[in-house]
Design a protein around this ligand. Structure first.
Ligand code: IFM
Length: 433
C-alpha cells in the first residue's frame, strides 16, 4: 500500500458543525417544537426535548471540542430563543451566546456563526414565515440585534443553512414546517422572501462591521447534491437529472451571484425576476455535501422525475449513497462556474451508529477534497457534521452523525474510534495513506 501522505495546505482549517435546535434542547418557542408535537411528523414519535442538553453543558462540550484539535466550530444562534415574541429580546439567551463565543475564544477556536438553521420563532411562522411581507425587515432586526451583541473582527457569518432544503421540505414536500404541499411554482414566494431577507442581512452585517473597521465574511451553507441520470444512455433521464441539478443546486446560487432569480422547468414553469440588492451577496461558497441521487424521467401531470435507489451501492444508516467522487465533482464545478470564489466546507458526514463506515467515509471524502485542492480549487476548511449525535429533524434521534456518541438517558458523550482518527487528521493536517 502506498504511504504517500495526504497533506493539506498549511492554513487549512479543521472544523466540526452543529445547529442549535439539534443539540441545545427546549427550543419551545419555535415552529419545529410545535411541529414535533403533531403525531406522525417525526419518526418513532421522537421530540427534540432536551436534545443533547448542550445549553447547560456549554463549557464541558467546548472542552470536548478541544480534544478534536479543530481550529473552527460552526454552530447556530437560535432566533426563537433570542426573540421568543415579536420585539421581545431575551437578554439571557443573548448572554448565553456571548459566553459561548468567549469560551471558544479562550479555547482558540474560531466561530462560524449560522443565523438561521431551519427553525423559526413560532410567532414569525404564524405571520406567514418567508411569505410575510415584513419577513425581511423582521429578520433584519434579529440580525442587527445579534451582530451588535456578538460581532467581533474576522468572523464568518452564515445567514441561511441549506435554504433549498428548508424551502423544498416546507413548501413542496410538506414534510417540515410549515408543512405545505405545493407544486414547484409554490416555492417562489417564500424563496423570494428568503432571498430578500438574506440581501438585507448581508448588507447590514457589512455596514455594522465597517462602522468599527472590522473585516467579516458573510455567505450561505448550500446543500449541493449530485444528480445523475438513472441510465446515462437515456436522454430523458439525462434531461431530468440536468433539470433537477439546475433547479435545486444552481438556480439559487446563480440568483445570489447575478441578482436575478431564474427558475426554469421546461414545459412547466418558468420565472425570471430581479431581486433588489441581492447581486454578489456571498463572500464565500459554503458547501454541505452528502450524497448523490440517480434520476429517472417519469411523466404524469404532477411529476417529471423520480429518484431511484442505487442497488448494491454503499449507503449510510439513512440509506444515502456514499459517493466521495461527487464531492470532487461538485467542488470542480463550483470552481469552473465561479473561479474567484473561495469555498468553505460547511458540512460533510454520515449517519453510522456502528461506527464501521465513518473513518473510511471521512478519508475518502478528504481524498476527493485534496485532489480538488491539488488541481487548484480554493477550499479553506472542512467541517465534519457533526460534533455530537443529535436530533436529526424528521428522522428523530435514531441517526448517529456524531464524532462523539451521545447516550441520551445519561447525556454521556463518548469519543468514537472515527472521532479519534478525525482528531489525529486535524492535528497532523492530513494522514499517510
Ligand atoms: O442534520 C442535518 C443538518 O441540520 C443540515 N444538513 C444535513 C444534516 C444531516 O441531515
Amino acid at each position: 500500500m502506498s504511504q504517500e501522505p495526504v497533506l493539506f495546505p498549511k492554513d487549512f482549517k479543521w472544523c466540526v458543525a452543529t445547529s442549535a435546535h439539534q443539540i441545545e434542547g427546549y427550543n419551545t418557542q419555535s415552529d419545529w417544537w410545535d411541529w414535533e408535537q403533531i403525531p406522525g411528523k417525526i419518526k418513532n414519535g421522537d421530540k427534540s426535548g432536551a436534545a443533547c442538553d448542550h445549553w447547560n453543558r456549554l463549557a464541558e462540550d467546548i472542552d470536548l471540542l478541544k480534544n478534536l484539535n479543530i481550529k473552527q466550530y460552526r454552530f447556530s444562534i437560535e432566533w426563537a430563543k433570542i426573540e421568543p415574541n415579536q420585539d421581545v429580546w431575551d437578554s439571557e439567551a443573548i448572554a448565553h451566546y456571548k459566553k459561548e463565543l468567549q469560551i471558544l475564544s479562550q479555547a482558540q477556536i474560531e466561530p462560524i456563526i449560522t443565523l438561521h438553521h431551519f427553525t423559526l420563532p413560532s410567532w414569525f411562522k404564524k405571520q406567514g414565515g418567508w411569505e410575510w411581507s415584513e419577513a425581511p425587515v423582521e429578520f433584519l432586526k434579529y440580525v442587527q440585534f445579534v451582530y451588535k451583541a456578538l460581532g467581533a473582527p474576522g468572523q464568518i457569518w452564515i445567514t441561511f443553512n441549506e435554504p433549498m432544503v428548508h424551502l423544498v421540505g416546507g413548501y413542496i414536500a410538506g414534510a417540515t414546517p410549515p408543512g405545505e404541499k405545493r407544486e414547484i411554482s409554490g416555492i417562489i414566494r417564500p424563496l423570494k422572501g428568503l432571498l430578500q431577507s438574506h440581501a438585507l442581512a448581508y448588507h447590514e452585517l457589512h455596514r455594522l462591521a465597517d462602522l468599527v473597521k472590522r473585516q467579516i465574511k458573510v455567505g450561505f451553507a448550500h446543500h449541493l447534491r449530485i444528480f445523475d441520470p438513472n441510465h446515462s444512455w437515456n436522454l430523458l433521464d439525462t434531461w431530468a437529472a440536468n433539470t433537477l441539478d439546475q433547479a435545486f443546486n444552481w438556480s439559487f446560487i446563480e440568483a445570489i451571484e447575478t441578482g436575478v432569480l431564474k427558475l426554469n422547468i421546461p414545459f412547466m414553469f418558468s420565472v425570471e425576476e430581479k431581486i433588489e440588492k441581492l447581486q454578489a451577496t456571498q463572500d464565500f461558497m459554503g458547501v454541505n455535501y452528502y450524497t448523490r441521487d440517480k434520476v429517472k424521467f417519469r411523466f404524469d401531470n404532477k411529476q417529471w422525475f423520480e429518484l431511484v435507489t442505487e442497488k448494491n451501492a454503499p449507503k449510510t444508516d439513512m440509506g444515502w449513497k456514499i459517493y466521495p467522487k461527487g464531492f470532487y465533482r461538485i467542488l470542480k464545478k463550483i470552481w469552473e462556474k465561479f473561479p474567484s470564489k473561495s469555498i468553505l466546507i460547511t458540512e460533510n458526514g454520515l449517519a453510522d451508529a456502528q461506527d464501521n463506515q465513518r473513518e473510511k467515509f471521512i478519508k475518502d471524502h478528504l481524498t476527493a477534497l485534496h485532489q480538488a485542492i491539488q488541481e487548484g480549487v480554493r477550499v479553506e476548511n472542512y467541517c465534519y457534521w457533526s460534533f455530537l449525535d443529535n436530533f436529526e429533524w424528521i428522522d428523530g434521534f435514531a441517526p448517529r452523525f456524531g464524532l462523539f456518541e451521545v447516550d441520551y438517558t445519561t447525556q454521556t458523550r463518548t469519543l468514537r474510534q472515527s472521532g479519534k482518527v478525525f482528531s489525529q487528521i486535524a492535528r497532523d493536517n492530513g494522514w499517510r495513506r
